[in-house]
Design a protein around this ligand. Sequence first.
Ligand code: 13P
Length: 250
Amino acid sequence: MRRPLIAGNWKMYKTPAEGLDFVRQLAPLVDGVNDRDIMIAPAFPALETVAGALKSTSVALGAQDLFWEAEGAYTGQVAPRMLVACGCRYVIIGHSERRQYFGETDETVRRKLRAAVQAGLAPVVCVGETEKEREAGQTFPILDKQIQNGLEGLIADELALLVIAYEPVWAIGTGKTATVGQAQEAHRFIRSQVARLLGSPLASAMRILYGGSVKPENISELMAMADIDGALVGGASLKPDSFSSIVKFK
Ligand code: 13P
């Protein structure tokens, strides 16, 4: 019922030329794949070049962050309409690396989410617990807090395009994937919390992606879980062959 979404988060990798090279190699590999959505999120300087190369493909463009103001004296920030003008359809919000290194909080996630929604961008809101929080039995309360505070003040009608990415911080870039059981349990919990806050129709239509050391070897078992609707892929999205293998999971 939910259309799978495989998204690549390139993080701080790839110049415009490297992004272009990637898309030229990826395009034939995913040609004809039309029963799932594909997205890649380059760094800001590569957005426009990659957008141009993606035009003849079914791959959508996303950004890795945005600022909530429409314009102004905010050195270093990028406004939602600038992303739209570059061809972005998605924007990642509240990635754990932004929370960890750049002071992102549930409050900034909320403001960015509102701005993304107003600009017509599909937000990919990231949530997830650290290793310490998991060991302390805090996984569900942390997810609950991130979702409740991050989505506060928005109504279901505004969130039709909402995607949530569950990325356990301890599984990002570590080679340690959550077990499919751990991932499914977290995804089911996230869906139930969204249903409680915003109603079942939105919660059952909303895609929840898993992120954290997703590879061609583990995508199929993850996608077999009832509440896992796709993946947010870091390291393995940087090579056309590994990313296309993930996209073409069976
Ligand atoms: P890795 O796939 O490199 O673990 O990164 C996951 C991630 O952070 C995607 O946003």
